[in-house]
Design a protein around this ligand. Structure first.
Ligand code: NAP
Length: 472
């Protein structure tokens, strides 16, 4: 091995270490931002390492430089333009790109590299094509469903879909097993087409509240596909990075399944949870019999005298971008002598950690963010709970109604508090598209309006009550 190639390998090794450190740092809110920077640096070093190992090959360098610049620019534009509320769709798209890259690499090697005839290379190509194609088509369907572009067809909710998926899987197996005799011919294309259809067939029936789990699983698949592509092109860096992404995605999938009390099998084969609702939120106004609404003024009066206040942020808070107004209100209440905390549900919002990121933007102290298991026993000694644009994650039917699509999902038990104010714009449903029994309870009052407008209203009412002066 030449000195230059050895130098390239050392850079690869450094990239792997930085990537591992980056992944580790992502597990804590405090270190997440710098960890993300480390992982990006690792990816940059990986490209440099590759350029050095290829030296001097102007044509290959040009292709890599153009690809890196184009991909980097698209990534930069996407990251700057996509709002936080659309992050799951973006993650799904990125997963799809990862799957497609592995798929294309494997196809290219199968078509143009005669060395691809040994058994290890052939098995790697099969895995890379199979997992890469499923990841690509499944992620595009997931993104389309989250955007509301793709509905859940009726037939996918019946047993027919299992028959269809099994038939497609058999076709993919035929392609895989006949590939050694015909690596660049029809077997390859059968495997590509059948695997892509399987990705669509498996993802299409899944809807509503289960989609975050699927996206996380597809993230794991994109890592597996990349690791397999690493074997195809003999890149240790790709193997290690792909394996880390695959394992991290799988762990996240498990954490999310636990948060929703769902098994992975029931997510993948159980049909669309909340599939009848327009995916991505909204939903019909379900029939409620007893609803009490109140003004920000009444809510402010309850807050003025509350010793303990818990805010429950949800998707609507992110839509309204009301995190700064919330922080201001919390500061005012604290200065008035109230104990304030924030109840964080693991799947509140539209991506894991969504609420943590949102509240961190407004400099809410981390120690005030209490996870579900910590805050639930505290609700009975809470005077006032303010639910801000959250719906499914506070629905008591998830505990009490066996027929509810949410049944079994652990929820924030805000119904145990003395008084609950729900801030939302209408009686419209949340992400799962179902009625919320919380809204009809005697201790609940609705404060209708955009979360930011209501919070600003509360701030001015509290100032009128003299709370602002006391705070100052
Ligand atoms: P949710 O159930 O989707 O409810 C959000 C509520 O916010 C709606 O009822 C909506 O009611 C209200 N809202 C919307 N815009 C608002 C605004 N500007 N001001 C005030 N309220 C507003 O949200 P959630 O309780 O956070 O639950 C999350 C759901 O998303 C769960 O079902 C979860 O499984 C699913 N999900 C989670 C993830 C994840 O990883 N976190 C990813 C995808 C899906 P109005 O329209 O009446 O205002």
């Amino acid at each position: 091995m030449s000195g230059l190639a050895l130098f390239g390998y050392l850079i690869d090794l450094l990239a792997v270490l930085l990537l591992a450190l980056g992944l580790k740092g992502l597990s804590k809110v405090r270190s997440a931002r710098s960890a993300n920077g480390l992982a990006a640096l690792a990816m940059g070093l990986a490209v440099v390492g590759l350029l050095i190992q290829l030296a001097p090959s102007p044509v290959a360098w040009l292709w890599i430089a153009v690809g890196t610049a184009a991909g980097g620019l698209l990534g930069l534009i996407t990251a700057r333009r996509v709002p936080m509320t659309s992050m799951p769709e973006t993650v799904a798209l990125f997963n799809g790109c990862g799957g497609m890259a592995s798929l294309l690499v494997a196809i290219a090697v199968a078509l143009y590299n005669s060395a691809a005839s040994d058994m290890v290379a052939l098995v790697s190509i099969v895995i890379s094509v199979f997992v890469g194609a499923i990841t690509f088509s499944g992620s595009i369907v997931a993104m389309g469903k989250l955007q509301g572009w793709i509905d859940t067809p009726g037939w996918t909710q019946s047993q027919v879909r299992h028959g269809v998926n099994i038939a497609i899987a058999i076709a993919a197996l035929v392609g895989a097993f006949s590939l050694p005799g015909d690596p660049a011919g029809s077997s390859l294309w059968l495997l590509v087409v059948a695997s892509s259809l399987l990705g669509i067939g498996v993802t299409l029936p899944i809807g509503g509240a289960d989609m975050p789990v699927v996206i996380s699983l597809l993230n794991s698949y994109s890592g597996v596909a990349a690791a397999a592509a690493g074997f195809v092109v003999n890149s240790q860096l790709l193997i290690v990075a792909g394996a880390m992404v695959g394992a991290a995605g799988l762990i996240l999938t498990q954490v999310m399944c636990k948060g929703m009390n769902r098994s992975l099998v029931s997510v993948l084969f159980g049909g669309a949870l909340g599939g009848g609702a327009p995916v991505g939120g909204g939903g019909q106004e379900a029939g409620y019999s007893r609803i009490v609404s109140c003004s920000p003024e009444e809510c402010a009066m309850a807050l003025e005298n509350a010793e303990r206040v818990v805010f429950v942020p949800g998707y609507g808070l992110a839509v309204a971008q009301a995190q700064h107004a919330l922080r201001e209100l919390a500061k005012m209440l604290e200065a008035n002598g109230s104990e304030v905390s924030y109840a964080i549900h693991p799947v509140a919002g539209r991506m894991p950690g969504h609420m943590n990121v949102l509240l961190a933007e407004a400099d809410v102290p981390y120690e005030q963010l209490l996870e579900m298991d910590t805050i639930n026993p505290e609700f009975p000694r809470t005077d006032v709970v303010i639910v801000l644009g959250a719906n499914d994650v506070v629905n008591p039917d998830a505990k009490n109604d066996r027929n509810s699509p949410l049944y079994g999902m652990p929820v924030l038990e805000v119904d145990g508090a003395r008084q609950v104010f729900v801030v939302k714009r209408s009686m419209g449903a949340g992400y799962a598209g179902i009625k919320n029994a919380l809204f009809e309870l005697p201790q609940t009052a609705m404060v209708f309006g955009d979360a930011k407008a209501v919070l600003n209203g509360l701030l001015s009412e509290l100032r009128d009550l003299g709370v602002g002066k006391k705070a100052a």
